[in-house]
Write a protein that binds this ligand. Structure first.
Ligand code: HEC
Length: 141
């Protein structure tokens, strides 16, 4: 019976592993907390308001992204923003699409979101797409 020393070695290792479990949780690694006003609105403002904003003369699309009520509207059977579900959100589908004819901003506009900006939008929707009332960009009308 010479298993005892081995057992205590295993026990010591187990305690050692348990002791190092105080490290930051792995889940927090790539999920930073997104804030609409700080992280998302500047992207929409820089890349989308031009055509989805307040100025009717410049607006090329019906959809307004500077007004909460409009940004969350139903686009005929599918939501523009489905809180918690980026893959069901037309807005995210459009900015992340591989298809040029789907992609927003349109290819012809000459500007593209970076991977990081697209990921910011994805995380924002995933985290519930919170949009504080006071963060509305333009005025209605
Ligand atoms: C240069 C003008 C332009 C810019 C910039 C632009 N869009 Fe668009 N967008 C359009 C036009 C035109 C349409 C309608 C045609 C279509 O569906 O492709 C559209 C359609 C959409 C739709 C679908 C609306 C619907 O009713 O189905 C979404 C969602 C959208 N855009 C999101 C965005 C987002 C998000 C940005 C910024 C990252 C953006 N767009 C930037 C012109 C633009």
């Amino acid at each position: 019976m010479n298993t005892r020393p081995r057992f205590s070695l295993a026990l010591a290792l187990a305690l050692l592993v348990a002791g190092s479990a105080g490290a930051p949780p792995a889940s927090g690694q790539d999920e930073k907390q997104i804030d609409y006003a700080r992280d998302v609105q500047p992207i929409l403002e820089a890349f989308c308001y031009e055509c989805h904003g307040e100025d009717r003369s410049l607006r090329e699309a019906d959809l307004r992204l500077d007004i909460k009520e409009s940004a969350f509207k139903d686009l005929g059977g599918f939501p523009n923003i489905a809180p918690g579900d980026p893959d069901d959100s037309e807005l995210y589908i459009r900015v992340s699409s591989e298809f040029l004819e789907m992609r927003m901003p349109p290819y012809e506009a000459g500007t593209q979101l970076t991977e990081e900006q697209i990921e910011t939008i994805r995380l924002w929707i995933l985290q519930g797409a919170e949009w504080p009332e006071e963060a509305e960009g333009g005025t209605d009308g």
